[in-house]
Design a protein around this ligand. Structure first.
Ligand SMILES: *[C@@H]1O[C@H](CO)[C@@H](O)[C@H](O)[C@H]1NC(C)=O
Length: 352
């Protein structure tokens, strides 16, 4: 005697077997905000269909409630208030109760049951699981570290509101143990998870400008996301130097992050002087220009200045080197160092 052994294939999990009658449903995964099709139809029956009823069970309403009925003549009727995101896309005559749900929200996740009221066989039903996934909102926030010797937070990389949870990690290979990371996750009542990974290190000038990446992956994302980040250590302008760029023009130089803005303070209202950001140009060489020219370098973290003393004296060419001098002095804490400025400048004659 041979027994009829039936192997259940995975695809048959949602099929309810009755003699010659099947209600076909399924399980549906949709991205938040997208459109889900809740498939349901009955096949292999010649029974009369009198009504299709949809029930649902969600996190908010954990009991199976009727929420929609479909009748042959009246059509679709909502039981407890309408929701125009639902659209009946089946066909009553074909015993098809399929619904479309647009703009799916996380709270729509749950179990949807479709019930066919048939005569004479009675009620036949199937359950459809609606799974709603949500990709995370991602960002990197720079904690704006300033130069120092103690470990500080450089930046945080966040994957917010992910369902299922996202994985967040930093790629910092080139920096070895100069940095360390920590990761924390918070799961909310609505089943979303926010994951934050923090990057720490000692804010030295060597680490300034290094590139790292934050990599975010989640089953709710079609591919992982890589956010580049340049570690910036911020500091006010360091020592301000003034250098000659030609015979009659100077440039104010400093190091700062972010780059410094420069302002020149002139000894008097000068039309014979041209100022362009860090650059100062003396357009004529007359004693009107004499005086102290101060360059101020500043950014959000502080300011510092350097100055140059211009002295143009009338005289003959032979005496020019002595009578025409430009002194530079730099403000060093406590003492002003005077620099006698030697360059091709002195070979020029100023005849008045
Ligand atoms: C989930 O809950 C968190 C915390 O209350 C909230 O910030 C977030 O917007 C919620 N997400 C959705 C999709 O409702």
């Amino acid at each position: 005697m041979v027994k009829n052994i039936r192997k259940t294939k995975p695809a048959e999990r949602f099929l309810f077997h009755f003699p010659a009658l099947q209600v076909i449903g399924g399980s549906v995964t949709v991205v938040q905000g997208g459109t889900a099709i809740l498939p349901c139809h009955v096949i292999d029956t010649n029974d009369d269909l009198t009504q299709i009823t949809w029930q649902r069970r969600t996190r908010e309403k954990p009991h199976n409630d009727n929420f929609l009925t479909i009748l042959p003549r009246e059509g679709v009727q909502f039981v407890n208030g309408g929701d125009d995101r639902f659209k009946y896309i089946g066909n009553f005559n074909n015993k098809n109760g399929t619904l479309q749900l647009s703009n799916v929200a996380l709270k729509d996740e749950g179990s949807y049951t479709c019930i066919f009221t048939l005569f004479p066989s009675g009620n036949q039903k199937t359950e459809i699981l609606l799974i709603v996934i949500g990709p995370p909102f991602t960002n990197i926030k720079d904690n704006l570290p300033t130069l120092g010797k103690e470990e500080v937070l450089f930046a945080t990389c966040t994957a917010a509101g992910s369902k299922p949870p996202a994985e967040v990690r930093w790629l910092t290979d080139a920096l070895g143990d100069k940095v360390r990371t920590t990761t924390n996750s918070t799961q909310y009542d609505n089943d979303t998870t926010t994951t934050v990974s923090s990057l720490f290190g000692v804010p030295t000038s060597e680490i300034n400008g290094h590139q790292v990446q934050c990599v975010i992956s989640s089953d709710a994302m079609s591919k992982e996301e890589t956010l580049p980040f340049s570690i910036q250590i911020y500091f006010p302008p360091t020592e301000v130097n003034i250098r000659a760029i030609s015979e009659n023009s100077f440039e104010c130089v400093t190091e700062a992050n972010p780059s410094a803005n420069f302002t020149w303070n002139l000894p008097s209202l000068q039309s014979a002087v041209k100022v362009d950001r860090a650059k100062l140009q003396l357009l004529s060489l007359t004693s009107d220009l004499n005086g102290l020219y101060q360059c101020e370098a500043s950014n959000a973290y502080g300011s510092k200045h350097g100055q140059i003393y211009v002295h143009v004296a009338s005289g003959t060419c032979s005496a020019a080197w002595a009578s025409f001098a430009v002194f530079l002095f730099l403000n060093v804490i406590g003492a002003a160092a005077w620099w006698f400025f030697k360059s091709g400048y002195f070979q020029r004659c100023v005849e008045q």
